[in-house]
Design a protein around this ligand. Structure first.
Ligand SMILES: Cc1ncc(COP(=O)(O)O)c(C=O)c1O
Length: 413
């Protein structure tokens, strides 16, 4: 009986693999790993434990993972020009929690991007920050909704003396104003934390702001969005050693014990790919996002932040309220094998979260499959045919994907 179930599970995985190869995945928080990064998954390391640091483990038998963990840490320190690098969190949220648990105490004021302003759930009341304080204040935004209003934030920092500012978000089109706010934060002993989950690969490619260089004290991130690796998290900083010790303890034993060694090995492979290709990849990704934004706008879509050329990241946001709202539009596109997610847009009430006005589109995965401007224009055309002309485009999607199966920016043959 249960062997039949195993067969069903295997078949379901095969179906997923086959289906996904024929879709246009535009979910902004995902990416694909190279064959060589995937090939090292499921090794003996998948069965093993390695608590603590290389050379100081609580388990025997860790010599090989010690070598790889020490190596990847050093490579990432060099890549991001930082003194401290924590590679043990098993996701971006775990990385955030490791930091927030050490920096936020009951009653502290914390300033964040609101949900509608693009902020991530781990920054909010119902997520990680909410476990430590209820005094969460949203950054005021400029009227376009995609930038923090620096003057108003400056005044709030002076008035409220927040313990922490958390920059970075999930709907993330433009860099955050760290440079404009670092002085007032220093004057108020406010720590700047920057959540680079979405833009880590773009930072690695030097095509987005350098948060540590601009004055953030701590950067957290996921390693599987624009940084196209296995699903894990990292934390980095240039703070003094004693202060960093708090974060070290936050990562282990604070937020995890073992840290899923085979995905760390895979991340080491990805790190090689990022070092070799991130600059070229991020330039192409940002250029593709701008092309997609422009093309959709030319087809009459209400693409957000038009006055700022739509985006400086891998994402574009579109207000689709006149086409039935984000939920309906995402559903129709999925029926046509174009996969993306609905999204609240700035200033929308939280109650609209299940049918918001917007959709969020990310081009980082299709860029990794080698797509460029011409394909972005084609994707815009397919979205238009689907949403504005009620045509079925799944065959055209399949036809377009046919020639984009190989993972680029990698050492795959
Ligand atoms: C800004 C931001 N931070 C953190 C996370 C959480 O990352 P993970 O899914 O790796 O826990 C996300 C996820 O999309 C995110 O957008």
């Amino acid at each position: 009986m249960y062997e039949r179930n195993v067969k069903w599970i295997e078949e379901t995985v095969a179906q997923q693999n086959e289906w996904r190869c024929n879709t246009l995945n535009l979910i902004a928080s995902e990416n694909v790993m190279s064959i060589r990064a995937r090939r090292v998954l499921g090794s003996d390391f998948a069965h093993r434990y390695a608590e603590g640091h290389p050379g100081e483990r609580y388990y025997q038998g860790t010599d090989k993972i010690d070598e790889i963990e020490s190596w990847v840490k050093q490579q990432l320190k060099t890549l991001f020009s930082c003194q401290h690098m924590e590679v043990r969190p098993i996701s971006g949220t775990v990385a955030n929690d490791a930091v927030f648990s050490r920096y936020i105490k009951p009653g502290d004021v914390v300033m964040v991007n609101s949900t509608a302003g693009g902020g991530h759930i781990s920054h909010h009341k119902s997520g990680s920050v909410g476990k430590y304080t209820k005094n969460i204040v949203d950054f005021p935004l400029t009227p376009d909704g995609y930038h923090i209003d620096c003057e108003a934030t400056y005044a709030l920092v002076k008035k409220l003396h927040p313990k922490v500012l958390i920059f970075g978000k999930s709907l993330f089109l433009f860099p955050e104003p760290i440079k404009d706010l670092v002085k007032i934060c220093n004057d108020n002993e406010t720590t700047i934390i920057y959540d680079a989950a979405h833009v880590l690969g773009l930072i690695a490619g030097k095509q987005f702001q350098d948060p540590l260089g601009e004055g953030a004290a701590i950067v957290t991130a996921s390693t599987h969005k624009t940084f196209f690796g296995s699903q894990r998290g990292i934390i980095m900083s240039n703070m003094d050693k004693k202060e960093w010790w708090k974060i070290d303890k936050g990562a282990f034993p604070g937020s995890s014990s073992n840290h899923h060694l085979d995905t760390l090995v895979s991340l080491a492979v990805t790190t090689c790919e990022i070092i070799a290709f991130a600059e070229e990849y991020s330039k192409q990704t940002i250029s593709n996002a701008k092309t997609l934004g422009r093309s959709l706008s030319e087809f009459g879509f209400n693409v957000q932040a038009k006055e700022f050329d739509f985006t400086e990241s891998h994402q574009v946001a579109v207000d689709v309220s006149e086409l039935g709202g984000g939920n309906e539009v995402a559903r129709i596109l999925k029926e046509n094998d174009i996969i993306l997610n609905m999204n609240l847009l700035p200033f929308e009430p939280l109650e609209r979260v299940t049918n918001p006005s917007g959709i969020r589109i990310g081009v980082q995965e299709m860029t990794r499959f080698g797509m460029k401007a011409e394909e972005m224009e084609r994707i815009a055309e397919l979205i238009k045919k689907c949403l504005k002309e009620s045509c079925s485009v799944d065959n055209e999607v399949r036809e377009l994907r046919k020639d984009f199966q190989k993972v680029h920016y990698s050492f795959d043959e």
